[in-house]
Design a protein around this ligand. Structure first.
Ligand SMILES: Cc1cc2nc3c(=O)[nH]c(=O)nc-3n(C[C@H](O)[C@H](O)[C@H](O)COP(=O)(O)OP(=O)(O)OC[C@H]3O[C@@H](n4cnc5c(N)ncnc54)[C@H](O)[C@@H]3O)c2cc1C
Length: 243
């Protein structure tokens, strides 16, 4: 349920509460006992249908080249597992025949995995095909196999609902949909309010969790936010034959 009255002030305002980052922030604020948190969302629904979370393929891979990301991924995976949102299937990162740079990168990744405690390893092309029979064995050199990789299920958006509802049940969070932050009220270099078309919410703590729109919010506060979108291919597979 949304609050009917427009809130005049808040201890904390989250901008973009309908994505995975904003919603999980709301969840943890509530767990920590924080009250009077307002979550703004420009979409008309929570979970949001606008942002990256609504479009993600929901994979969880465990190994990157920095310790903090490995740790946060392991923490997130455990959170999803504990709350029934994780399907551990394992994951492959393949290397095409002749792509020696990619092969070196996968070797480095296995090194990072060993250093940071994940279970990745390199496997042969035939082992990769055993795990994913649609692969053309002759066109790959091999793959990196992560037995602990998996999917957030049913979707990351369901985690958003879970997190937001939990924060509301604890009496910590109120959300406002169709309510984008349109600017910040700033005095002596400090934020004292968030502007929306419906009015200003007085606050001195704002968390910007607006994903790809981050630089626009940064501009409103006079703070450059370095962020650039990336494209990557994505294919979905379904069962193609049943007996
Ligand atoms: C096609 C695709 C596939 C992906 N696959 C994976 C994957 O397999 N594994 C993985 O880990 N990651 C994946 N990602 C990346 C992942 O989805 C994102 O990193 C993550 O969802 C970002 O979450 P977020 O909460 O920061 O942003 P978002 O989900 O974009 O949420 C930001 C929210 O802010 C709101 N907002 C924006 N401006 C305002 C404003 N002014 N006022 C109020 N609200 C505002 C938006 O409406 C939105 O709801 C994928 C992304 C895409 C696009």
């Amino acid at each position: 349920m949304e609050s009917s009255e427009f809130p005049k002030e808040a201890d904390i305002v989250i901008v973009g509460v309908g994505g995975i980052v904003g919603s999980m922030l709301a969840y943890w604020f509530a767990e920590l006992g924080q009250k009077n948190v307002i979550g703004l969302e420009k979409s008309s629904v929570i979970p949001s249908d606008l942002g990256s979370t609504a479009h993600a393929s929901d994979f969880v891979y465990n190994t990157t080249h920095d310790k903090l990301s490995n740790w946060t991924t392991a923490y997130s995976r455990k959170f999803y597992e504990d709350n029934g949102f994780f399907l551990k299937k394992g994951g492959l990162e393949i290397c095409r025949v002749g792509d020696y740079e990619r092969w070196e990168e996968l070797k480095r990744k296995v090194g990072s995995g060993k250093a940071f405690g994940t279970n990745v390893k390199l496997i042969s092309a035939s082992e990769a095909k055993e795990k994913f029979p649609l692969l053309d064995e002759d066109s790959i050199m091999g793959a990196m196999w992560d037995p602990d990789a998996g999917l957030v299920v049913p979707r990351s958006q369901d985690v958003v609902s879970f997190a937001v509802e939990s924060a509301k049940e604890k009496g910590s969070l109120k959300t406002l949909t169709n309510t984008p932050a349109t600017g910040f009220k700033i005095e002596k270099d400090r934020i004292i309010g968030v502007r929306t078309k419906k009015g200003i919410i007085k606050t001195n703590k704002v968390v910007v969790a607006s994903g790809i729109w981050g630089p626009l919010l940064g501009d409103m506060a006079g703070v450059p936010v370095p962020l650039s979108p990336l494209e990557h291919p994505l294919l979905f597979f379904w069962t193609i034959a049943t007996n």
